[in-house]
Design a protein around this ligand. Structure first.
Ligand SMILES: [Zn+2]
Length: 141
């Protein structure tokens, strides 16, 4: 905790010298000695809060990072911490629904294509039948 606090003070010093994190000249190294990258935390405690983190891969199963965390953004107020996760869940739920609706839309487009194909076939059959009946009518005269 103390280390993170001193790291944050160090980062604040860096911020005052350059416009962190937009400046490409800011260099922060993680515990592995690699150039840290800007990541965004999406936990309930720190929703949307940016931090310097290890550039190694982070996946759900395996976390191969060195655990380096250097916060860029200040800690959020309790109200933000309570509201933002709910909003994020709503957004994710809506995104899921949009995905399902897009799939459904694709299926409807496919069905419409088939219906149009069938419509043009039926139109052709109708025209052929009119020609046939006209021909029969002509022969009966
Ligand atoms: Zn690292």
């Amino acid at each position: 905790m103390c280390f993170i606090f001193s790291l944050n003070r160090y980062l604040l010093l860096l911020k005052s010298k350059s416009c962190l994190p937009n400046s490409k000249s800011t260099m922060v190294r993680c515990f592995c000695g690699q150039m840290a990258i800007v990541r965004t935390a999406w936990t309930d405690k720190n929703p949307g809060r940016r931090f310097w983190g290890c550039p190694k891969e982070v996946s759900i199963d395996v976390d191969s990072t060195c655990g380096f965390v250097g916060w860029i953004d200040p800690q959020m107020c309790e109200r933000s911490k309570s509201i933002i996760p709910g909003l994020l869940r709503s957004i994710n739920k809506l995104k899921t629904e949009v995905g399902k609706l897009k799939e459904e839309n694709q299926m409807f487009k496919y069905d419409i294509g088939k219906i149009k194909e069938e419509k043009s076939k039926l139109k052709l059959y109708l025209i052929c039948s009119w020609v046939f009946f006209g021909f029969v009518f002509f022969l009966m005269k």
